[in-house]
Design a protein around this ligand. Structure first.
Ligand SMILES: Nc1ncnc2c1ncn2[C@@H]1O[C@H](COP(=O)(O)OP(=O)(O)OP(=O)(O)O)[C@@H](O)[C@H]1O
Ligand SMILES: [Mg+2]
Length: 308
C-alpha cells in the first residue's frame, strides 16, 4: 500500500514508498499463483480502472513472460530479460499519471523492481542552467529512481529549444542510463499525443528504446458515466436517475465538441466533487433531510453549466 508521499517544496517530485518493503527474492514474483486464473491479481489491481483494455493486456503479457521465464529457468533454458520502459500518449485526464503510479506498485509485487517507488519529474528537475549541470541533475534523478519508476510528464518539453537547448543533454543522459540500468529502473515518458509524436520525430533514435508505447484514448460517454458512478460510490454517494440522465446529455455535448482541453476523467472528478459541495449546501438550506437525501446527488446538485 502507498504509505508516504513526499512533495519537495520547490519542485514537482513526488516520492511514494511502500509500507511493507519486501525483500526482492530470487526469481519469483510476490503474486500468488491462482489455479486456473493466473491473472486474478492483475484483474483485481485494475478493477477500478474503467476501459484501458490494451493496457491491461500489456500488463498480462509482461506478467506471463516473467512466470514462463521462471519455469524455463528451472529447466536451464535461456532467460530473456524484459525492457520495460514506456511511452504514454494521451489527452488530459486520461489516466497516464494514475496508471504509472499503479505500475510502480505492480512491478514491485511482480519482483521486477526492488523498491517500487514512484518519482515524478518535469523539465525543471532535469535541465540545468549551465553546461554540465543538466547531466548531473538528470543522473541524480535517475539515481533517486533506482529500484522504481521515473515518470517524466510533458516529456516533449525536453526538446523545446532545439539542438542548442540543454534539454537534449537530459535526453542523452536518460538514454544512456536506460540501457545500463534497465533491470532495476523503469522510465516512463508521458505527454499529449501530438506533442509526443513531434518529440519522437525530433529524436528518431528514441522510439525504438521504448518497447511499450501506450495510447490513452479519450473516454466515450458510457465510460465517463461509469467513472462518475464509481467516483460517487467510492465517496459513498449515488446519482439519482435524473442526475445520471442530465450528466449523460451534458457529456454527449461535451464529447461532441471534443475540445482539446476537455479533461476526460479529471473533468468527471471535478463534476462529482463540485456536486457534493452543492448537495451539502442544499441539505443545510432545506433543513430537514432523510438518510436517502444524504446519499443521493440530484440533477439540481450537478449545476453543470457552472463548470468550464
Ligand atoms: N479509466 C479510469 N477509471 C477511473 N478513473 C480514472 C480513469 N482514468 C483516469 N481516472 C481518474 O481521473 C483523474 C485524472 O487522471 P490522471 O491524473 O492520471 O490523468 P493524466 O492523463 O495524468 O492527465 P494529465 O495529462 O492532465 O496529467 C484521476 O483522478 C484518475 O483516478
Ligand atoms: Mg498526469
Amino acid at each position: 500500500m502507498e504509505s508516504q508521499k513526499n512533495r519537495y517544496k520547490n519542485s514537482q517530485i513526488n516520492i511514494i514508498l511502500h509500507e511493507n518493503k519486501k525483500i526482492k527474492s530470487e526469481n519469483s514474483t510476490n503474486f500468488r499463483y491462482i489455479e486456473n486464473n493466473p491473472f486474478k491479481n492483475i484483474d483485481e489491481e485494475f478493477s477500478t480502472f474503467i476501459g484501458m483494455n490494451k493496457l491491461k493486456s500489456t500488463i498480462k503479457e509482461i506478467y506471463a513472460t516473467i512466470v514462463i521465464n521462471e519455469k524455463r529457468n528451472e529447466l536451464g533454458l535461456k532467460n530473456t530479460k524484459q525492457v520495460l520502459h514506456m511511452l504514454f500518449k494521451g489527452n488530459p485526464g486520461t489516466g497516464k499519471t494514475t496508471v504509472a503510479r499503479k505500475l510502480a506498485k505492480l512491478y514491485f509485487d511482480m519482483n521486477l523492481l526492488s523498491k517500487g517507488h514512484f518519482i515524478e519529474a518535469e523539465r525543471a528537475d532535469l535541465v540545468g542552467e549551465y553546461i554540465g549541470q543538466t547531466a548531473q541533475k538528470t543522473r541524480a534523478m535517475i539515481q533517486k529512481a533506482m529500484g522504481g519508476i521515473l515518470f517524466i510528464d510533458e516529456a516533449y518539453s525536453l526538446a523545446r529549444g532545439g539542438e542548442k537547448d540543454f534539454g537534449k543533454e537530459a535526453i542523452d543522459t536518460l538514454v544512456k542510463h536506460m540501457e545500463d540500468n534497465h533491470n532495476d529502473f523503469v522510465l516512463i515518458l508521458a505527454g499529449y499525443p501530438h506533442e509526443m509524436d513531434r518529440f519522437l520525430r525530433l529524436n528518431p533514435g528514441l522510439k525504438s528504446r521504448f518497447p511499450f508505447i501506450l495510447n490513452f484514448e479519450d473516454y466515450e460517454v458510457d465510460e465517463l458515466l461509469k467513472i462518475a458512478k464509481q467516483m460517487a460510490a467510492q465517496r459513498e454517494y449515488k446519482l439519482t436517475k435524473e442526475a445520471e440522465w442530465e450528466l449523460r446529455n451534458h457529456l454527449y455535448k461535451k464529447t461532441q465538441e471534443r475540445l482539446t482541453n476537455f479533461a476526460n476523467a479529471r473533468y468527471i472528478r471535478n463534476v462529482i466533487e463540485h456536486s457534493i459541495r452543492l448537495h451539502a449546501v442544499r441539505l443545510l438550506e432545506q433543513d430537514r433531510y432523510s438518510s436517502d437525501d444524504l446519499i443521493y446527488l440530484t440533477a439540481r446538485d450537478l449545476q453543470l453549466n457552472e463548470l468550464s
